[in-house]
Ligand binder design. Structure first.
Ligand code: DC
Length: 203
């Protein structure tokens, strides 16, 4: 039996951490769909046509170690506004979502477009300041040289683009539970997510 857990939200809201913990808790595979767009964005920066890059996506590229840079994040957000790029990535995500035994997908449009009939939907968010601080710490821990102001501006630019695009814009699904993690520890956010999903599994 399949059971799709859709976790959406803006950049650096905690989706990745929560999704991994939820996947481990329920023993389900996890797909970070942002990686698909990051691979396409990185290949565009290397000179490839983004639509062709999306149509020839190779999941082996998800392990590339250059995907977590601010430049690739911006490129990902730009290619994600192209309807042909999004269309090329739908089947891969939907078949992952409907794996037997269930699956966790995190992204921007999982609950609205990829898996509108997902059994559990969460929209994870946090204030701009909190998200920027978390992303700043993450990037500087990896040795990247960025300022807090740059990180905040970068997130806000990406969110604006992701929310205002015509195809599959970032927004909560009508039936998603909104989890604002601004004042939560990671453990609290994970516990709240698991509690909601558990209630949906019993429903
Ligand atoms: O989750 P992330 O920060 O790795 O995503 C990078 C970009 O990819 C994000 O700014 C918008 C795009 N994206 C998308 O449009 N739809 C998704 N399901 C996931 C990511």
């Amino acid at each position: 039996m399949s059971f799709c857990i859709a976790i959406d939200g803006p950049a650096a809201a905690g989706k990745g951490t929560i999704s991994k913990a939820v996947a481990a808790h329920f023993d389900m595979p996890h797909l970070d769909t942002g990686l698909l767009y990051r691979v396409v964005g990185a290949r565009m920066l290397a000179g490839l046509d983004p639509i062709e890059a999306a149509q020839t996506l190779d999941p082996a590229d998800f392990d590339r170690d250059d995907l977590r840079t601010p430049a690739v994040a911006q490129a990902a957000s730009k290619v994600a506004a192209l309807p042909e790029v999004r269309a090329a990535l739908v089947d891969f995500q939907r078949s992952f979502a409907r794996r037997a035994g269930g699956a966790v997908l995190d992204g921007r449009d999982i609950g609205t477009v990829i898996c509108p009939d997902a059994e559990a939907k969460l929209y994870v968010t946090a204030s701009d300041q909190v998200r920027a601080e978390r992303r700043y710490l993450e990037l500087t821990e990896k040795g990247q040289s960025v300022t807090r102001d740059q990180v905040l501006a970068d997130l806000q630019e990406r969110d604006r683009r992701d929310q205002s695009r015509a195809t599959a814009p970032l927004k909560p699904a009508e039936d998603a539970v909104v989890l604002d993690t601004s004042q939560m520890t990671i453990d609290q956010a994970v516990a709240a997510a698991i509690a909601h999903i558990q209630s949906r599994r019993l429903a």
